[in-house]
Design a protein around this ligand. Structure first.
Ligand code: C5P
Length: 220
């Protein structure tokens, strides 16, 4: 009998992109498919956890056993997460959260001729991961970073800036919407690269690696 490594634990995750309205029919979003977050949610459930996933818009089915809360914007994701941190033991921020929302979304669909060329004004969104990591009695936190260059430098800088014990990095261009990926785990001891694996298999490995570090009492 193999005890499940997350038995009795509550895992809270974010997944997918966010979508920030420009007008009632247009949004500003990104290429995140949600596959990594959904694979991790499934792997956490398989490991015995109670799993709550706050997800932006994706085309993916909810993994069996996982409670999914669907949101559109970063501010909705922020609110949904902050309302649930009290019950969470482990928080894994996988979502590709928009860094900005649009200050002045139009109430009506913008019209080509009549409204001219729109000028969008951006306002920063709350940093959900940094805020959860700063909670005094908060869950243990893991972040993600998808980068197009200098993965090591950027991922390690993010880990320190957001004050999280573990941050998992990947190459944005080869990973986004792909079915396989190579992830690198950054922690106090340095970094460990996993081979290219199908995302569900990679997610199981990542859950095992995360739990091992969590149990060994790492803190940022
Ligand atoms: O530097 P960046 O903000 O892109 O770091 C990415 C990490 O932070 C991811 O774990 C992402 O889910 C999280 N994040 C967040 N809220 C934001 C931006 C990023 O939780 N507004």
């Amino acid at each position: 009998f193999q005890p499940k490594i997350l038995q009795g634990k509550h895992v809270l995750l974010t997944a997918g992109p966010t979508a920030e309205p420009i007008d009632p029919v247009r949004v500003l979003s990104n290429r995140s498919s949600g596959k990594t977050g959904y694979a991790l949610a499934r792997a956490a459930w398989e490991a015995g956890a109670t799993v709550t996933m706050v997800s932006g818009p994706t085309a993916l089915p909810t993994p069996y056993g996982v409670t999914r809360i669907t949101v559109d914007t970063a501010r909705q994701m922020h609110e949904a997460v902050m309302a649930r941190t009290r019950d969470a033991d482990l928080f894994i921020a996988v979502a590709a959260v928009a860094d900005w929302h649009i200050a002045n979304p139009s109430e009506h669909k913008l019209k080509k001729g009549k409204d001219g060329t729109p000028v969008l004004e951006f306002v920063p969104n709350p940093d959900i991961l940094a805020e959860v990591a700063a909670l005094e009695q908060g869950p243990w936190c893991v972040g993600f970073a998808a980068e197009t260059q200098a993965l090591r430098d950027h991922a390690e800088a993010k880990r320190r800036r957001k004050q999280v014990p573990v941050l998992i990095g990947n190459d944005a261009q080869s990973t986004m919407d792909a079915d396989a990926a190579s992830y690198t785990i950054f922690d106090d001891a340095g970094h460990t690269a996993l081979p290219v694996l199908p995302k569900q298999e990679a997610a199981r490995r990542l859950i095992a690696e995360i739990v091992r570090r969590w149990q060994s009492g790492d803190s940022a």
